[in-house]
Structures are given as structure tokens and as C-alpha cells.
Design a protein around this ligand. Structure first.
Ligand code: NAD
Length: 421
């Protein structure tokens, strides 16, 4: 198949590279010229395990351009993967969706054959039908359901293991507007062995929000249990193991720590709360998981102050800036509120992250960035904020370590405190 992917961020690039691996020809479109050039040179603009090698191996099958009309002429299916960030008030920002949809529609205006548009970006229920569909019709002068197919196919990949998640998903959800779109996507995904869930457009949109919010709930829940366990000297990880073996509960997403961040959970939870409010529905559980999550990183500072009550002038080492290991993504990283609090208290910060320092430097210049993890250890206390594997090999003897991510090897420290275990 000839495909186009619009918006070459974490999702778009993984989508494009994986579809190329599966034998399709993929034309990628982005407004960022630098990204386009890098992809055309077979280099990934983001760090994601295995992505560089996919881009190089399937170089002949992937091309990138800023020109929508070229991409649309060359393809029969377009996957829309632009960002859907939060506005300041927590509502979803649909400006990238709207702009790219207009451009797709304009590109389809001069096309004679059927074209399927598949929304992969996370959008609130109703968006595909009430916002994307009318824009497609208005700017293409064509009819959705006849000349243009429309589907919503949310993406569930996790950064860090995105390629594996994409190629071996637990399920594929396809919400479709019309029968032809359903048949086309059913056939397109026929070689995947996982269940294919066929729904309406808005159910597909809701499945994505409900899934992300549920996973965030699991983490906030175990963190709340963890805070209590800490007071009672109970190992929360033993509790998680005991709970997780119950198949109704499951062990994933029960790792207590300093909370959830990243480009998805925070903005999706905020958008769901704001959307529910607009629909005059209260979301008491969802609002409380957000509150637990805002307080959780500051627990690390609370623990630190038990050992160093006055942080002014002290050097604090930070291990980990990315929102989780194996990515360079720092969006909503839980390290950010920790660093803000340390700076507010007048501490000097030494930090290291294997992948995320360049991005972090754009936010905080007043931090000392170390070229290797072991340099961070030369500090009054060390905070572990991202669970990178290389932090398991450091020599923590004689140090004060406050661990926000459960690195067991750090328990050799002179003083070791887990944030909620
Ligand atoms: N990152 C994840 O782990 C993840 C997982 C599942 C779903 N999602 C969802 O997928 C969507 C994309 O997320 P992301 O993390 O890949 O975003 P991103 O910010 O990394 O990438 C978005 C890309 O879209 C490009 N773009 C913006 N406007 C454009 C336009 N008019 N035309 C073409 N390109 C344009 C940007 O330049 C950028 O490269 C979001 O809705 C997100 O919620 C993300």
C-alpha cells in the first residue's frame, strides 16, 4: 500500500517506520524542515530504541516532505498524527489538527480516486465527526463516506518500547464513519494477530482517553497506597507484587514512585476533565488522581529535607531528566517540579540523563549538566528521578540517596530512602 503520515513526531515517525517495515511505501509530511531533512538522510530526529536502524534499513520505502499535495497524490491512506497538546486551561488544543486537516482536504481536492483519512492523534470523543469531517468536506469539495473515507485509529504505543508496541499491539481499535473505511482498514490490518476492535468514531476516541486515564489511575492509586506503606514501614513493591498476581488487577503500572508524566497522560487527563465539565459531568476520581500526581514529586523533597533540612547552598545530584527511561522526551517530566522546588530552596543542582540533557538545557540553564552519571554522585545528596538502567551500576556507597524510581542497587547507600516504600 502507499501511505502518507502527517506529523512526524514520536507517533508519526514510529508509525511511518513500522509501516515501511511491513512492506508499505510511506510518505511523511511535517512542517519542520529540519526533521524532514533528517528523515530523508535516514536519521531519526528523536531518540527511540531501534528507530534509527529502521529508518536506515527501509530508507527506500520512506520519504519525507513538507508538501501535502505530493504526499496525498502518492498515497491511498493518510494517517493523521499531529500533536494535540493542552491549552493553558487544560482544554485540548486542536489547532494542529484543524490546520493539517485543511491541508489534507486541499490536497484531496485534485485527487480523483478514493482516499482514506485515518486519525491517529488522540482527540476527544466527537472531534473526528464534528470537526475533522466538516473541514475535510469544506476544503476538498468532496463527500466523506463517498469520495473520502474516515476512520479513528488511536495509538497505544509507549515511548521507549514504541516499535515493539506498534508491531505487537494488544489490540487495534478502528472506529469508522462508513462501511468502506471499515473494510479497507480491516484488510489493511489483516496480518496483525491481535484482536481488532471495530467501533464508532467516538467510541474509538473514548477508548484512548479511558485507557490512558485508567493507567494513570493505577499509578496514582499505588502511589497513595505507597505513601501510607511508607509511614507503616511496609514495602509497597511487595504489596504491588501480591496485588498484581490477581489477574483482575495485573502487575503493570503498579510501580510506585514520583508519579506519571510524559506527553500523554497529563494532557489527556486534563482534557478529559475539561471536556466532562463542558458536558456538565463531574469527574471526581479523575480529578483526584491528578491531585495525587501533582503532590507526589514533592514527596521526594520532603524525604530529602528529613536528612538535609536547609537546602540553601547544598549540592543536590539529580539522576534522570526524561519522563521515563529509554526516551529523550521531557514533556511533563516529574523531574521538572522537583528541580523547581530545589531552585526555590536555593540548592545547587548537578544533573545527568543519558538522552534528555539537550532538551532540558533549553528549559533550565542554571543547572550543572554532568557528562557522566558518576559525576552526579559528588553531591550532598542524590535524587533518583528516572529509572535508567545505567543508574543500577553506580557506586552509591557512603551517599545519601532519595529514590523516586526504585533502583534497588542504590540501597547500598549510607542513607537510602524510597519515596513511597
Ligand atoms: N507520544 C506518545 O507516546 C503517544 C502515544 C499515543 C498517542 N499519542 C498521540 O499522538 C499524537 C501525536 O503525539 P506525538 O507525541 O507524536 O506529538 P509530537 O509533538 O512529537 O509530534 C507532532 C508532530 O506534528 C508536526 N506538525 C504540527 N503541525 C503540523 C501540520 N500542520 N502539518 C504537518 N505536521 C505538523 C510537528 O512538527 C511534530 O513533528 C498526539 O495526539 C498524542 O496524544 C502520543
Amino acid at each position: 500500500m502507499n501511505l502518507s503520515v502527517i506529523g512526524i513526531g514520536y507517533v508519526g515517525l514510529v508509525t511511518g517506520a513500522c509501516f515501511a517495515k511491513l512492506g508499505h511505501h510511506v510518505t511523511c509530511v511535517d512542517i519542520d524542515k529540519e526533521k524532514i531533512q533528517m528523515i530523508n538522510n535516514g536519521v531519526s530526529p528523536i531518540f527511540e530504541e531501534g528507530l534509527d536502524s529502521l529508518l536506515l534499513t527501509y530508507k527506500e520505502k520512506i520519504e519525507a516532505t513538507t508538501d501535502y499535495s505530493v504526499a496525498l497524490q502518492k498515497s491511498n491512506i493518510t494517517f493523521l498524527c499531529v500533536g494535540t497538546p493542552s491549552l493553558k486551561n487544560g482544554n485540548i488544543d486542536l489547532s494542529f489538527i484543524e490546520e493539517s486537516t485543511k491541508q489534507i482536504a486541499a490536497g484531496l481536492k485534485n485527487k480523483n480516486n478514493y482516499h482514506l483519512v485515518v486519525v491517529k492523534s488522540t482527540v476527544l470523543p466527537g472531534t473526528t465527526e464534528r470537526i475533522i469531517l466538516p473541514l475535510l468536506e469544506q476544503y476538498s469539495d468532496k463527500k466523506v463516506g463517498i469520495d473520502i473515507g474516515l476512520a479513528m485509529n488511536p495509538e497505544f504505543l509507549k515511548e521507549g518500547v514504541a516499535i515493539k508496541d506498534f508491531l505487537e499491539p494488544d489490540r487495534i481499535v478502528i472506529g469508522t464513519y462508513d462501511e468502506k473505511s471499515k473494510r479497507t482498514l480491516r484488510e489493511f490490518y489483516q496480518n496483525f494477530s491481535c484482536p481488532l476492535v471495530e467501533t464508532s468514531l467516538s467510541a474509538a476516541e473514548m477508548i484512548k482517553y479511558a485507557s490512558n486515564t485508567f493507567l494513570a489511575t493505577k499509578i496514582s492509586f499505588i502511589n497513595e497506597i505507597g505513601n501510607l506503606c511508607k509511614k507503616l514501614d511496609i514495602d509497597t513493591y511487595d504489596v504491588a507484587t501480591g496485588m498484581g498476581l490477581d489477574r483482575r488487577i495485573g502487575r503493570p503500572f503498579l510501580d510506585s514512585g514520583i508519579g506519571w508524566g510524559g506527553s500523554c497522560f497529563p494532557k489527556d487527563v486534563d482534557a478529559l476533565i475539561a471536556w466532562a465539565k463542558e458536558n456538565k459531568e463531574d469527574t471526581r476520581i479523575i480529578k483526584s488522581i491528578r491531585d495525587v500526581n501533582s503532590d507526589q514529586p514533592l514527596k521526594l523533597i520532603e524525604m530529602l529535607k528529613k536528612h538535609i533540612p536547609k537546602l540553601k547552598g547544598k549540592t543536590i545530584g539529580i539522576l534522570g531528566l526524561a519522563f521515563k527511561p529509554n526516551t529523550d522526551d521531557i514533556r511533563e517530566s516529574r523531574t521538572i517540579p522537583i528541580i523547581q522546588e530545589l531552585l526555590k530552596n536555593g540548592a545547587h543542582i548537578k544533573a545527568y540523563d543519558p538522552q534528555a540533557m539537550t532538551k532540558f538545557q533549553q528549559l533550565y540553564l542554571q543547572i550543572e549538566y554532568c557528562s557522566k552519571a558518576s559525576d552526579v554522585l559528588n553531591a550532598d545528596a542524590i535524587l533518583i528521578t528516572t529509572k535508567w538502567k545505567e543508574f543500577t551500576t553506580l557506586d552509591y556507597h557512603g551517599k545519601i540517596v532519595i529514590d523516586g524510581r526504585r533502583i534497588n542497587e542504590a540501597k547500598t547507600a549510607k542513607i537510602y530512602e524510597g519515596v513511597c516504600w
